[in-house]
Design a protein around this ligand. Structure first.
Ligand code: AMP
Ligand code: TRP
Length: 331
């Protein structure tokens, strides 16, 4: 089974990214053939600084390696190093419905936040994402809940291409974690934890110090009342229960029983401690990995070579099916 996912090199990664996505990438190395990509081309669709993008890509590469991606057991690379992604995106655009792109929540949210330019790249972002996944004939895509609409779109694109030009692509399935698919902001528990637009105190970064983590959980917004249980009118406490379940591996029902007599204060401290223990090994390994930029570059370059061998074959099949190039085009 082939597993693919992509992650943007923008800003510092937070607990939502970690629980919702990164942990599943690491687990995917055991379950199948994992292919993981730092999607730097996607990061160019909003205003950005070129020099920072390169640095952010190294930061993210070091973070993912620190989290447990092992280049010997998976394929780990940077999107722009494999030009087939961009080529395939153009080809897939011909079977993508304009109206579907207009309906994408992420486009609506992000375009509303742009001050200078709403780029065409932001609009066609989901087509490039479809190309990322389809180029590897991926079976499964581990992502957080916010990517459901993009996954549905890429399934439609794959089906429309196969219907129009012949069976070239595998129609992929999204894989969403059972616990932690949507981690919420600690200060505003009715919005998802996010790098863009979140309050600083409400977003726990993977590389935050133990003290910062403790402070953020202690000041997390909770609800009136004092019982530690999940309920729709208790978004703050429900989110904390989910975070504790994801980071400690304890089922949510058990957590509710365990904290039945303790107040919110003790509960929040317990969540903070679990998160601190959970992230500590990543933070420890990160420093050393990040310092070795040539080492990171080597890992990414080797990954790109492996990825390209697969993507080039799929794209050659897609070209042939679409009537592009000579009949027996071969590399
Ligand atoms: P991004 O940083 O936008 O590239 O997101 C990387 C991955 O993290 C994607 O699979 C997202 O679905 C996932 N993700 C982002 N925010 C959250 C969140 N608050 N809770 C769970 N997963 C998330
Ligand atoms: N759009 C995804 C996000 O915002 C990132 C992404 C790009 C991706 N290409 C992908 C995720 C391919 C899964 C598969 O998080």
């Amino acid at each position: 089974m082939r597993i693919f996912s992509g992650i943007q090199p923008t800003g510092s990664k937070h607990l939502g990214n970690y629980i919702g996505a990164i942990v599943q990438y690491v687990a995917g190395q055991e379950r199948g053939e994992g292919i993981y990509c730092i999607v730097d081309l996607h990061a160019t669709t909003v205003a950005y600084e070129p020099a920072e993008l390169r640095v952010d890509s190294y930061d993210l590469a070091a973070l993912l390696l620190a989290a447990g991606l092992d280049p010997k057991r998976c394929t780990f690379f940077r999107q722009s190093d494999v030009p087939e992604h961009a080529e395939l995106a153009w080809m897939l655009a011909s079977v993508t419905a304009y109206g579907d792109l207009q309906r994408m929540h992420q486009f609506k949210d992000k375009s509303a936040r742009q001050r200078e330019l709403v780029s065409a790249g932001l609009f066609t972002y989901p087509v490039l994402m479809a190309a990322d996944v389809l180029a590897y004939r991926t079976d499964e895509v581990p992502v957080g809940d916010d990517q459901r609409q993009h996954i549905e779109l890429m399934r439609d694109v794959a089906e429309r291409f196969n219907g129009r030009f012949g069976e070239v692509f595998v129609v992929p399935e999204g894989r969403y974690p059972q616990v932690g698919a949507r981690i919420m902001d600690l200060q505003e528990p009715d919005r998802k934890m996010s790098t863009t637009g979140g309050s600083e105190a409400g977003v726990v970064h993977v590389l935050d110090t133990p003290n910062e983590i403790l402070k953020k959980f202690r000041s997390a917004v909770t609800d009136s009342g004092s019982d530690v249980r999940r309920a729709t009118d208790k978004p703050g406490i429900s989110n904390l229960i989910e975070i504790l379940a994801a980071t400690s591996g304890t089922p949510m029902e058990e957590i509710e029983q365990q904290f039945v007599d303790s107040g919110y204060g003790a509960f929040k401290t317990a969540v903070a401690e679990a998160v601190i223990d959970y992230l500590a090994p990543v933070r420890e390994r990160y420093g050393e990995l990040r310092r070795d930029e040539p080492g990171l570059e080597l890992v990414l370059a080797e990954g790109a070579e492996k990825a390209r061998a697969i993507a080039a074959e799929t794209v050659a099949d897609a070209r042939r099916a679409m009537g592009l190039g000579p009949v027996r085009a071969h590399r």
